[in-house]
Design a protein around this ligand. Sequence first.
Ligand SMILES: O=P(O)(O)OC[C@H]1O[C@H](O[C@H]2O[C@H](CO)[C@@H](O)[C@H](O)[C@H]2O)[C@H](O)[C@@H](O)[C@@H]1O
Ligand SMILES: O=c1ccn([C@@H]2O[C@H](COP(=O)(O)OP(=O)(O)O)[C@@H](O)[C@H]2O)c(=O)[nH]1
Length: 759
Amino acid sequence: MHKIFQSNRYCINLLQQLKGVRHPQFTDRGNNQKSYFMKILIIANRLPVKIERTDDSFIVKRSEGGLATGLGSLEIDAEMHWVGWPGIHVENEDEKREITEKLAALNYHPVFLTGEEIETYYEGYSNSTIWPLCHYFFSYVQYKAEYWEAYRRVNGLFCEEALNFIDDNDIVWIHDYQLMLLPKKIRDNRPNVMIGYFHHIPFPSYELFRVLPEREEVLKGLLGADLIGFHTHDYMRHFISAVYRVLDLNCNLDEICLQDRIVHVDAFPMGINYEQYHQATSLPEVKKISKRLIEELGDQTIILSVDRLDYSKGILHRLEGFANFLENHPEYHKKVSLAMIVVPSRDAVERYADLKTQIDQSIGKINGIYSTLGWTPVYYFYQSFPFNELVALYDIADIALVTPLRDGMNLVAKEYLATKNRKPGVLILSEMAGAANELTDAIIINPNDTQEIESALLQALTMPGKEQRLRLRNMQKRISTQTVRKWANDFIAELLHINRQNNEIFQKIVGEQQLSQIKERYDQATARLILLDYDGTLSPFTKRPEEALPSGKLLHLLKRMTADKKNKVVINSGRNRQVLDKWFRGIDLDFAAEHGAFFKENNRWYRNVQEKITWDEEILGILEHTIDKTPRSYLEIKESTLVWHYRNVDVWLAELREKQLINALMGPASRLNLQIVPGNKIVEIKPPETNKGSEVKRLLEKGNYDFILAIGDDTTDEEMFRALPPDGISVKVGSFSPTAKYRIPVQSSVIPFFENLIK
Ligand SMILES: O=P(O)(O)OC[C@H]1O[C@H](O[C@H]2O[C@H](CO)[C@@H](O)[C@H](O)[C@H]2O)[C@H](O)[C@@H](O)[C@@H]1O
Ligand SMILES: O=c1ccn([C@@H]2O[C@H](COP(=O)(O)OP(=O)(O)O)[C@@H](O)[C@H]2O)c(=O)[nH]1
């Protein structure tokens, strides 16, 4: 029984092959690391520093956030540089110079922003357009031409500064939504460097992303990277969906095929420095603060929440849930308090300033109603806490209440769990945080349902110690292995792997050197066999197959090729006999039609398959049903094959229907000994005996050639490439082929290639 499921996913095949061969890990590279690259350049909106102005100077303090810690622990021997905004507004040139010199000692390179740029690029496009869009706050999105202009301009400033430090072989790792145009800008200037981009916030569904007027430029900007990382598979999926819908690019699962390289997309959930938090409760300073807090709070149960002031964090929903809880559970009055840390953030953005007022009012109301002389229901801190104080709060808190309406990851949830060393605690976590994907032993809530917050609080307050410890252990197991160090190392390892893979693939592109090698062999040959696929190779892919008529230029080329008596030129196509005869009338070509089911030699057609097939009712029924459910798809009935075409169907729907169709056809196809072949925007049902390769084999048995060249763009052409002898020349048109020796990235280069060859 012949049943072959060929994948049309060249890139995946290739990836699998290459993965089988070698998957470089840092340790693989032994002592040769320096030959791979010399520097890693991190570019993020903010430098990991705090700069304080003194009377006559500046003090620069490193601020080791999660990112800096992770990158600091990269298992890679390379010089590390950072480019970013120093977080301080300075206009005076002498002051800028002084700060630049101080930062240079740390390998940090500042991009200074003017007041106007902070307003339009940072508060504007970054935090009033992209941030609300990515966090599903559609009605908060503000479009202003000057925001977009500034965003572009400032991305350009980051690029200019970064270019001062980038050499070929360097790694550039760009972070976050403030710099989405930067990967392309750097690629345009330094085509050979490895570029990674990590998106720290959610990437919204296409339906939301599409509203962005600059969606195309933003996506193209990101595609300058070789690797694009997200916290979760959902964000990754949304991004790929936006790419194929907005840019109409060829995407194969986690790969986006561009003309000159593949961009990979993957999920890398960011972790924390687990040990730092886990050991923190043994620090004398932390112990002291914890003790003081316990004394001050008495034996109250403490619910803790920690976030930047941001509408995405669901602070008002949390307060409403807590207020409901107090109203409905008076038995917990004087026994439970909510300690709420709200770190000031982006307060020049109107929405943030408004939210601050609403939070103040809500807390005022709750405390006004329920406070007693000895009990404050909500302790509210509108300030940032240093590490020791924060971990002391994590340590003493019985419950962490994390309720974002959307959050890229949420590191606070992980930090709370990691700190839990001395005594257990319960995490209540919103399902809308990226962290919820990993922390499945938390009490997961939908923060929009304030009743659910209320019942989660009750569940947490009554959870037996044994269950708390079990849940905690499970989650600590995960976060202690998926650390920020692993996150950074995984990302860079993948970037190196992709770079190597892209280099291997792209060595095959037919450039001047490759052309002259092929031409030399062509010129020396005495008997040549030239096998040509038609659609997508000799003719561009059109909306309707009947529109893909040969151009005058092509017909002229074929006449010249066939005029040379040393050439046997065969069009090896999936098209039927009638079309080939009609389109190439008067040219001395041979044909193979319907994937080798028929062939024409010396002006006569022969068949390799039985008489015209009467198609089985069940198969026709399945196809009909698929067409009914898939607008703009249609069936082509040929003499020996049935083809379901879906080139005009939405990509997502087509993918779904393709899978469903193949599943449904499997039974009848195996009963009737038919082969199902997925191709480029088609699924073909055909007898298994013939394919484009069987036709090549037949031709090779009959003739003796000293130059054999096959060219094609589709999966079905792989059979043709595989059937060539070892010295045969296989040329893939378009994206990658696991088999072909050469590649011509675009169809429009095919005719010029042959014109040069026969010149
Ligand atoms: O620089 P700011 O405007 O003050 O904002 C602070 C950072 O907030 C965002 O954090 C995100 O990254 C975290 C780590 O990946 C993730 O856990 C969180 O869910 C995200 O919201 C933002 O992405 C950063 O660029 C800001 O610097
Ligand atoms: O007073 C505070 C409150 C928070 N954080 C840190 O701020 C980060 C917040 O990260 P998260 O991913 O939770 O949210 P983001 O603010 O990045 O959206 C965490 O690492 C916290 O430890 C801090 O240093 N001091």
